[in-house]
Ligand binder design. Sequence first.
Ligand code: NAG
Length: 498
Amino acid sequence: MAPAEEPTAATLAPPPPHFVIVPLVAQGHTIPMVDLARLLAERGARASLVTTPVNSARLRGVADQAARAKLALEVVELPFPAGVDGLPPGIENVDQVTDNNHFIPLFNALQRLAGPLEAYLRGLAARPSCIVADWCNGWTAGVARSLGIPRLFFHGPSCFYSLCDLNSVDHGLHEQTAAASDQEKFVVPGMPVHVEVTKATAPGFLNSPGWEALWVECVEAMRTADGAVVNTFLDLEDQFVACYEAALGKPVWTLGPFCLANKDAEAMASRGNKTDAVQQSAVTAWLDTKDTDSVVYVSFGSLVRKLPKLLFEVGHGLEDSGKPFLWVVKEPEVAAPEVREWLEALEARTAGRGLVVRGWVPQLAMLSHRAVGGFVTHCGWNSLLESIAHGVPVVTWPHFADQFLNERLVVDVLGVGVAIGATAPVMIFDDENMPVGREDVVRAVAALMDGGAEADERRRKAKEYGEKAHRAMEKGGSSYENLTQLIESFRQRGGKEG
Ligand SMILES: *[C@@H]1O[C@H](CO)[C@@H](O)[C@H](O)[C@H]1NC(C)=O
């Protein structure tokens, strides 16, 4: 018989805490949770990202990169529920939806992932330490409960937004706005600063007509969770973090900006869609020729599809602004031959000064380039935080969901944004009547990029927040230390036999 091996520190140490992460199948929700998984794994925890086949294919780059870096980060694939009423086959992500009527069936399909998720968890050698599920994945609450696994919810927006949302629910704001006219203004109750909304810009996820059952389930899941994880940092919005924690009555872990987990070009490129490396190096080479802080970067996130009328207003506005611009348009936006022709003519007229990219670019690589000095954004929280983390002030052009309140935070509270003047939400495939035109683009871009006392102050503040964001993520910084505490608190609780 071989002599027993001496026990080593490694064999005696308890296994690392295991976090099972369940993102919502939408780029804007998945990307920060991929970053979170990487952060956890880099700090010695084990992270399993749970998703469906179409979405896991998109994460292959993330998984490969993690494997090369020997990180305990894996992508777990659950089969996508078949035969869901009203959902065409193949649609597994919000960004594949081309008809507003397909959103609810997609969410109904996601609820049916509860069984496969439970089977996966029961099949593990040891119970995971914690489930971190997107706020919109309320269906995970029942699974966590039946297995006795602690659960945190991840809410994508800022604490400012989440506090507005929670206060609106707790103080009955939606009952008040129900009968109001479109223009009537309401003050969001219980906020430490004055925040006004209209019926249309009032906070709330999944709270349109038809979504009641899903919404109730998600709110219930929020109330029964063990805490919240938020992609923000204390120095950005400490008063709102404190108020949110008090209103929620449970710990709020501020661990961001998550995007700063991506330290190299490969990580920046792998977290989103597949990147065209040739296109990306051409874009970078073009930016290299431009002066510092001179280029305005224009991109409206993964969901917005501009109809030709509005696309033309953006293009003419950028042309008339006279500023160097890098504009990302989506393939479906420029699919029609007449739109393609129009765009080619615009590119010819602005050659050298403007660059139009079709498809997807790794946004972090753009925002961290020294030449990019402004960002025209739809105000998705990831985009805003990525911009702030890189010290880039913004033109705010909200479209829907949390974006109008994110705009209030960056323009009114943080002072790093210029509003373009969008006042009411548009549906994803219905921006025909958006009251924003080329003159608004020209005015806002000039205010952002032209210099002068206000513009300089905005840029100075953005750079200051950018430095604070980096400090928060370094050893000793608030987000870094909060992550340490989060991992430690689950090291003590987790690892029970399955
Ligand atoms: C995060 O860190 C701050 C101090 O840096 C602390 O006040 C806060 O309680 C921490 N959050 C949690 C949930 O422990």
